[in-house]
Design a protein around this ligand. Structure first.
Ligand SMILES: Nc1ncnc2c1ncn2[C@@H]1O[C@H](COP(=O)(O)OP(=O)(O)OP(=O)(O)O)[C@@H](O)[C@H]1O
Ligand SMILES: [Mg+2]
Length: 261
């Protein structure tokens, strides 16, 4: 049997500021560090993943906009990053008009999926989604094998998750795909805070095995790294943020291996 060459994972939560981009950058960097050829696709017009990897707007010659809207070959738009094994398909504010521009296209949901179909150089492709279940996120879902959901360790963490899960289910039906929830990862966890602990209990009780054992702690270093255009492994390799994302990368690989058996 032919093994599938790449896995595509959308990192999504329609809630804003829950750690999607931080997870996309550092999980992708963690897998690259472990020797896997990895691509990060920034499909958020905010372009935070692109900036966080040190690619300035003026250096984004071609972006995911060119691929999605003008159907330029994805290979021409992918750029290397300062991290070995990690490439980037950048985004910029052009992308904010993509949903309007694609409105009249019947196949608008499948634009990204068809662009990525022939891409064979990567083992893992992560897609950093915007904070919305809009056409961009749906394109990411339609192109993906699975969805990884970061949840902020705060009171309303689970809010909106049922909507996201429903969207995944509906897409599975309309597209006949096998899209599944890869897992849920708790972010910005404060060990000393009772609320964080309560949220963890709650989330584990509700979602069981979907929840990763690895937990991402609240760490100033994690929030500082993108302003230097660096992953946490470059900015603070010995810190708790780096250790947490490396643990998440190991757990991700373990789950991936056990599924492909
Ligand atoms: N573990 C963490 N510890 C401390 N700060 C964090 C952590 N994770 C993320 N942050 C900070 O919280 C803010 C939101 O994080 P991030 O940009 O990753 O979230 P997001 O879900 O991608 O946001 P958006 O919905 O706007 O795309 C950023 O300023 C980021 O630096
Ligand atoms: Mg983001």
């Amino acid at each position: 049997m032919q093994t599938k060459s790449k896995r595509i994972i959308a990192i999504a939560n329609q809630k804003g500021g829950v750690g999607k981009t931080t997870t996309a950058i550092n999980l992708a960097a963690g897998l690259a560090k472990k020797g896997n050829k990895t691509l990060l696709i920034d499909i958020d017009p905010q372009g935070n993943a692109s900036t966080g990897l040190g690619v300035l707007p003026e250096d984004r010659d071609q972006t995911v906009y060119d691929v999605l809207v003008d159907q330029k070959p994805v290979k021409d738009a992918i750029i290397p990053t300062s991290i070995n094994n990690l490439s980037l398909l950048a985004s910029n504010t052009d992308l904010s008009s993509a949903d309007v521009e694609l409105m009249s296209d019947k196949g608008r949901l499948l634009r990204l999926r068809s662009s990525l179909a022939d891409l064979s150089d990567y083992k893992y492709v992560f897609i950093d989604c915007p904070p919305s279940l809009n056409l961009l996120t749906l394109n990411a879902f339609a192109a993906s094998d699975s969805v990884l959901v970061p949840l902020q360790s705060e009171f309303f963490a689970l809010e909106g998750l049922s909507q996201l899960m429903l969207t995944v289910k509906e897409l599975r039906q309309t597209l006949g795909s096998t899209l599944f929830i890869d897992g849920v990862v708790l972010t910005m966890f404060d060990r000393r805070n009772k609320l964080s602990q309560q949220v963890e209990l709650d989330v584990r009780e509700n979602l069981g095995d979907l929840v990763y054992d690895a937990i991402i702690p609240r760490s100033v270093r994690l929030s500082e790294a993108p302003s230097y255009g660096e992953s946490v492994f470059q900015y603070d390799a010995a810190g708790k943020g780096a250790a947490a994302y490396l643990a998440l990368a190991s757990e991700f690989l373990k789950r991936d291996k056990s599924r492909s058996k």
